[in-house]
Design a protein around this ligand. Structure first.
Ligand code: NIG
Ligand code: MN
Ligand code: MN
Length: 319
């Protein structure tokens, strides 16, 4: 174990292969603290919050998600990723979810303004309202923002208070108020984890979705990719959001609401690639990791793999 570099959080430490020949760099040796002069690359930003999960009647614990994801990322080998920054965590003080989301939005906008790609580590899926607002605040001068969500749930709930089940309904209402299109494409929806009211709302809002049961074979995935291409071609920018409960429970047990069927990892990755290779993704987040419910760090490792995959794939497109 090595000591962290000055200014770096303690979490960025891990194995060093000092006697090895060739390139042995791992993430903990590559990640740098975010600063005012930082430009380009990928900026990790933690959203240490599960107040939305608590308000939604779920199982809290996702506030520890960002630390668990960083720990799982720390020992991964560097594979040509762009500059990696750690922009620290946004925390939720007490029940002040809305304040935490507003802070996250400001931090996402700051990262975008400095020409970096915000990769937000959740946190409950209430992270989405913050990430989205940050993209909007950055005024990317792009008219048509497509949201691609990998999730067993629509998260289009009506509720007295914002929570982890409401972010895309909040976004839909905001878009309506602004006279902007609500472009929302969800993959992995479980028939058995969403009420008829949510399916009806999705239809009313023009949401494109694909059920988990229609994402189980290579042929299914090819069809889903083709359908997504049309949405990707029609938009100017993409916000990619991944709710880890889109994966089967045996691959992602450490979430508030594990999926009975889910979209298996070997299919999730090529679907994500279709989105990433559009070259239009401007920000991404990974939500719902709850380390307290995880088994042997499996969900954290999977979330870290997805985060690293996003960073590596982006390196093909950004400096
Ligand atoms: N972000 C999660 N949203 C889901 C949770 C469902 C559950 O806890 O069973 C939702 O509200 O539908
Ligand atoms: Mn979900
Ligand atoms: Mn969700």
């Amino acid at each position: 174990m090595n000591a962290p570099a000055p200014g770096q959080p303690l979490v960025w430490q891990g194995r060093i292969d000092a006697e090895e020949t060739g390139v042995t760099t791992r993430w903990h040796q590559h990640v740098r603290p975010w600063h005012a002069q930082a430009r380009g690359g990928v900026a990790l930003l933690g959203f240490a919050c599960d107040e939305g999960v608590r308000r939604n009647g779920g199982r809290p614990g996702a506030a520890q998600g960002p630390t668990a994801l960083r720990q799982a990322l720390a020992n991964l080998p560097v594979l040509g990723e762009p500059t990696l920054w750690d922009s620290g965590d946004v925390t939720c003080e007490g029940r002040a979810l809305e304040a935490a989301q507003a802070t996250l939005a400001a931090r996402v906008a700051e990262v975008l303004a400095q020409g970096a790609f915000p990769l937000v580590l959740g946190g409950g899926h209430e992270v989405a309202w913050g990430t989205f607002q940050g993209i909007v605040q950055a005024e990317l001068k792009r008219q048509r923002l497509l949201i691609v969500n990998f999730d067993a749930h629509f998260d289009l709930r009506h509720a007295a208070q914002a929570n982890s089940g409401t972010p895309f309904r909040q976004i839909a209402q905001w878009c309506q108020a602004q006279g902007r299109p609500f472009d929302y494409h969800v993959l992995g929806i479980s028939r058995y984890a969403n009420t008829q009211a949510l399916f009806d709302r999705a239809h009313a809002l023009g949401v494109r979705y694909r059920l988990d049961e229609a994402l189980q074979t290579e042929t299914d995935v090819a069809a889903a990719r083709a359908a997504m291409q049309a949405d990707l071609a029609a938009c100017d920018a993409v916000y990619l959001t991944i709710c880890l409960d889109v994966l089967p429970a045996h691959q992602a047990p450490g979430v508030s609401a594990p999926a009975t069927l889910g979209v298996p990892l070997p299919w999730l990755i090529p679907l994500m690639d279709t989105v990433l290779m559009s070259g239009k993704v401007v920000a991404a987040d990974i939500a719902e990791l709850n380390p307290a419910l995880d088994r042997d760090g499996q969900t954290a490792r999977t979330g870290a793999r997805l985060a690293a995959h996003i960073a590596r794939t982006l390196s093909l497109q950004i400096a």
